[in-house]
Design a protein around this ligand. Structure first.
Ligand code: CA
Length: 230
C-alpha cells in the first residue's frame, strides 16, 4: 500500500512537470507571436514625398512609400505580387497615395535606373509609372546580377513604352544636374530613414518588418483610415 502511494506520487509529479512544460511552451509561442506582430518600427516621422513620383489621390490621408531598386529581385517580386493588390484595394479607391523612392544598393546600374526614372518623371509624371513598371519587367528572372541596366536598355524601354516623351531630351536629362540632384535627394532619404533592405515599406511613419505581408499592410492602412474618421 505504501509502495503504491509512492508510485502515484511519482506519476503525479511527472504529470505536473509535463503540464508546466506545456504551459511554458504555450506562453513562449504566445510571446513570440506578440513580438512578431510588433516588430514593425514606429518612426518619429514619415518621408517627405514632395516632388517624388506619387500615384493616387494626392489628398489621401494614408501615404505608403516604397524604397526600391530596379536591380533588386525582391523589388521586382514586390511590384508583381503586392503592388497590384495594393492598387486595386487602396490606390484606385482613393484611400492611399503610393510613392516610389530610389535606393542605390547595386552600384552604377541602380543609379542609372534611378536617373532614367527621374528623367521620365521630369517630362511626364504619368509616363513615369509605365516606365517604372516596365523596367522591373525587364529585370532578368535569372542572372539578375549580370549587367542589364545600360544606357541602351533604358533608351529602348523609353522609346517603346513611353513614346510620348521627347527621347532626345530623356537621354540628355539622365546626366543632367537636376536629375542627379533628385537621385541624391533619394539617397539622403535612404540614410535619414536608415533603409537597410529593399524593398522597405513605410506607411504613415510605420516601417514594415515584412514588406510581403499583405495582411499586415492592409491592417495598418485600415487602422490609419479608421483613426482619420474618428
Ligand atoms: Ca525620387
Amino acid at each position: 500500500m505504501k509502495k503504491q502511494n509512492k508510485t502515484n506520487k511519482k506519476t503525479n509529479t511527472k504529470s505536473l512537470v509535463l503540464i508546466t512544460a506545456g504551459i511554458t511552451l504555450l506562453v513562449a509561442i504566445f510571446v513570440l507571436f506578440i513580438n512578431n506582430k510588433s516588430e514593425n518600427q514606429e518612426l518619429t516621422n514619415h518621408p517627405n514625398i514632395d516632388n517624388q513620383p506619387t500615384m493616387g489621390d494626392k489628398n489621401a490621408s494614408v501615404s505608403l512609400v516604397e524604397f526600391g531598386d530596379y536591380k533588386c529581385p525582391s523589388c521586382k517580386a514586390w511590384n508583381e505580387i503586392i503592388y497590384p493588390k495594393l492598387k486595386a484595394d487602396f490606390i484606385d479607391t482613393g484611400k492611399l497615395k503610393f510613392t516610389y523612392i530610389n535606393v542605390l544598393f547595386h552600384g552604377e546600374e541602380s543609379a542609372l535606373g534611378a536617373a532614367a526614372g527621374e528623367a521620365v518623371y521630369k517630362q511626364d509624371p504619368d509616363a513615369y509609372w509605365k516606365f517604372h513598371k516596365q523596367l522591373f519587367e525587364e529585370q532578368p528572372k535569372e542572372l539578375h546580377d549580370d549587367l542589364w541596366i545600360t544606357p541602351e536598355k533604358v533608351a529602348e524601354v523609353s522609346k517603346e513604352y513611353v513614346p510620348e516623351i521627347n527621347q532626345d531630351k530623356f537621354k540628355s536629362d539622365i546626366s543632367s544636374e537636376e536629375v542627379t540632384q533628385e537621385v541624391e535627394k533619394d539617397a539622403s532619404l535612404v540614410k535619414e530613414f536608415k533603409v537597410e533592405q529593399t524593398p522597405s515599406i513605410i506607411i504613415n511613419g510605420t516601417m514594415l518588418e515584412d514588406p510581403f505581408n499583405y495582411e499586415e499592410i492592409s491592417r495598418i492602412i485600415n487602422d490609419q483610415l479608421e483613426a482619420e474618421e474618428e
